[in-house]
Structure formats: structure tokens, C-alpha cells
Design a protein around this ligand. Structure first.
Ligand SMILES: Nc1nc2[nH]cnc2c(=O)[nH]1
Length: 360
């Protein structure tokens, strides 16, 4: 399936010079705008729903007796083999980059993802879920800075409002979380958890911006297989990092005991981990697809929206309380999202008028 149609060219406004609109045609931007929106909404659906399921299953794993930080790192990437099936059904990617370039992109991004996954698991181990989410909300701000520097993203007033509303709403959700810090929490552990989470947010945002840079400036492929290849090979590298960590730390010796003592039984232990791995994979494909179709900032914004709607799912699954703060934070997050979509709509209008001017 080649996503490019010749009849209609969608263009992206990057920046406005002195009275003139600079229009660029990056990969995939030759899609019909309607096709583009459909793909974007499918990716949003995958990212929000699968990431929410992954987070809830991860919480179930810890609640029922799971303890291994390397296993929770590994399941964030180990589900990549399921992506080979759709990859086989799509035409091969048309990137002209050399094998050396591809390997260096996949290895460096894969190492960053592996490190992020470990820091993410350490942060969750040492901090309460609320403190963790509060610190994680900083990643949108980091991403806005990286997108501006690395991807020449135009930061408009609407984008600043949107990022602020989403960060604020994630902060509200975090402060409202009634789960307490892990028992026996020391100041040192809190400091380690804090630094790990802050560093994870920085690495995650940098990695998203670098992925966008690779798609736009190096790989320049116009087919969707590029998204799957990026996800598969970076996950392969990140999974190797987690497997090495699992063996080097000696944590693997405790796994059989952990499985035997899992409160819901061994079958549920395996099903929980398999389900978490598949959900993370589907969510991550959604995230990478949004970078490919739109931008790293947009992808991160939807990921943060998922962080905010996960408590909604927890209301049903874990019978959490629907507090007044959650009822304020969620519409605020949707408003932030709506501002960003409105900015895209304004960009579309500019693109259309630029196209008409070019046609004249
Ligand atoms: N740091 C970090 N890592 C992730 N991996 C998948 N989603 C996230 C996220 O939101 N933050």
C-alpha cells in the first residue's frame, strides 16, 4: 500500500517569512488531506487505548506481586515480533539510505529507548504513581524545546496554550492520585526516583524529536512500512538492553519464584506480561506513526492525553474514585487537545491558499 497519491498534494506550512509563506513537502505530505486525517485518527486511537491498557496491566503486575524492574522494561519493547505480520503485507520502504545509516539510526534510538524504559521503571519503583506522573508531565515542555531546536517546529500561541493546558491537567491528575509512596521510602530513593523520571522525560522527548528528524531529513521514505521498521528495529535493540540487564543484575533468578507467588496464578502472570507487551507495541506504533504523519510534539501531546484519560479506565477496572479534580482536569486536557487540532486546521487553510496562489 503506497500512501502517496499524485492528484492532490498536501503541504505543510513550516514558517512564515517576510509576508511570504514558506511551504515544504516532507514525506507523506502528498497524501490527500482526508486520508491523512483518517490515518492520524487511527494512530491516535491506537496510542491512547493501547497505552492505557499497557499502563493498567503494568499496575496489575505490580499489584499482584510482580517486582522486576528489568521485566517491566522488557515488556515495553519485547512485543515487536507481532509487527512482522503487517510489515509483510505492506510494500517495502523506499528509503535510499545506506545500511550503515539505517543501523546507526536504529541502534542509537534503540539504546535511548532501552535507557528510557529502565529509567521509567526505576521512577515507578521509587516514587508514588502521582509524583511520577507529575514529573512526567514535564516531557511536553522538553519536547516543545527540542521540536523548536531540532525540527524547526513553529511554536504558535495556540501551541503554547495547548501544551500548558495539557501539562497543567496532567499535574492536577497527578496531585489528585491517592496512591501513596512505596513503603520504606527513603530520601535517597526519592531523589533517585525523581532524577530518573526527570531524565526519562528528557530522553523520551529528545528521542521523539530525533525520530522525526530521521524520518524527515535522513530516511525520507513515503511508505508506512518505514514506521513499522523503525518500531521493530529500535525495539529489538532496546529489548537486547533489557535482556542484558535482566541477566547482569541476576534478577532472572527470581522470576520463577515471582511467577509461583503471583496472586492470580501462573497463567495470569504470563497472560499479564504478554498482554502488556502487545499493548505497549500497539501504543508505540501509534506514537511513531504520529511522528511520521504529524510531529514528535503532536505524538507526545497525544501520549500525555492518554496519561490523563487512563484514570477514566481505572475508574471502571480498579473502581477508582471520580473526584472533582479529575472532572476538572479531563475537560481541560480535551480543550488543550482541541487547541492543537485547531492550529492544524489553521495551517491547512494557509496551505490551501498557498496552493491556490501557486496555481495562479
Ligand atoms: N519517559 C517516557 N517513556 C515512555 N515510553 C512510552 N511512553 C512514555 C512516556 O510517556 N514517557
Amino acid at each position: 500500500m503506497c500512501l502517496v497519491t499524485d492528484e492532490e498534494e498536501a503541504m505543510l506550512v513550516k514558517e512564515e517569512g517576510e509576508g511570504s509563506i514558506v511551504v515544504v513537502l516532507p514525506q507523506l505530505m502528498k497524501l490527500k488531506r482526508s486520508q491523512w486525517w483518517i490515518l492520524v485518527f487511527i494512530s491516535i486511537f491506537f496510542l491512547i487505548s493501547a497505552q492505557a491498557v499497557a499502563v493498567l496491566l503494568g499496575r496489575f503486575y505490580y499489584d499482584k506481586g510482580g517486582n522486576s524492574k528489568w521485566i517491566s522494561s522488557l515488556v515495553q519493547t519485547a512485543g515487536f515480533p507481532i509487527l512482522y505480520l503487517p510489515l509483510c503485507l505492506l510494500p517495502p520502504s523506499s528509503s535510499l539510505s545506506s545500511l550503515k545509516t539505517l543501523v546507526s539510526i536504529y541502534v542509537s534510538l534503540g539504546l535511548a529507548i532501552g535507557l528510557d524504559n529502565l529509567l521509567y521503571s526505576l521512577g515507578l519503583l521509587y516514587l508514588s504513581a502521582s509524583t511520577y506522573s507529575l514529573i512526567s508531565a514535564t516531557q511536553l515542555v522538553f519536547n516543545a524545546v527540542f521540536s523548536y531546536r531540532i525540527n524547526s517546529q513553529k511554536i504558535t500561541g495556540l501551541i503554547i496554550i495547548s501544551v500548558s493546558l495539557l501539562s497543567f491537567s496532567a499535574g492536577l491528575i497527578a496531585l489528585d492520585d491517592d496512591s501513596d509512596s512505596p513503603s520504606g521510602d527513603s530520601k535517597l530513593k526519592y531523589m533517585i526516583g525523581f532524577l530518573c523520571t526527570l531524565f526519562a522525560s528528557l530522553i523520551y522527548s529528545l528521542q521523539l524529536s530525533l525520530m522525526q528528524y530521521s524520518f524527515e531529513k535522513i530516511l525520507k521514505s513515503e511508505t508506512f512500512s518505514m514506521v513499522l521498521e523503525m518500531q521493530i528495529y529500535t525495539s529489538l535493540v532496546a529489548s537486547c538492553v533489557s535482556v542484558i540487564g535482566l541477566f547482569a543484575s541476576g534478577e532472572w533468578k527470581m522470576l520463577s519464584l515471582e511467577m509461583e507467588e503471583f496472586q492470580e496464578g501462573q497463567v495470569f502472570y504470563v497472560l499479564t506480561l504478554v498482554g502488556t507487551a502487545i499493548s505497549w507495541q500497539l501504543g508505540s506504533v501509534g506514537a511513531v506513526a504520529l511522528i511520521f504523519l504529524a510531529s514528535s510534539l503532536f505524538s507526545n501531546l497525544i501520549g500525555t492525553l492518554s496519561l490523563i484519560v487512563t484514570p477514566l479506565a481505572a475508574l471502571v477496572v480498579f473502581h477508582d474514585k471520580l473526584t472533582a479534580v479529575k472532572m476538572v482536569a479531563m475537560p481541560m486536557a480535551f480543550l488543550g487537545f482541541a487547541f492543537y487540532i485547531y492550529q492544524n486546521y489553521l495551517d491547512d487553510l494557509k496551505v490551501q491558499s498557498a496552493r491556490e496562489t501557486q496555481d495562479d
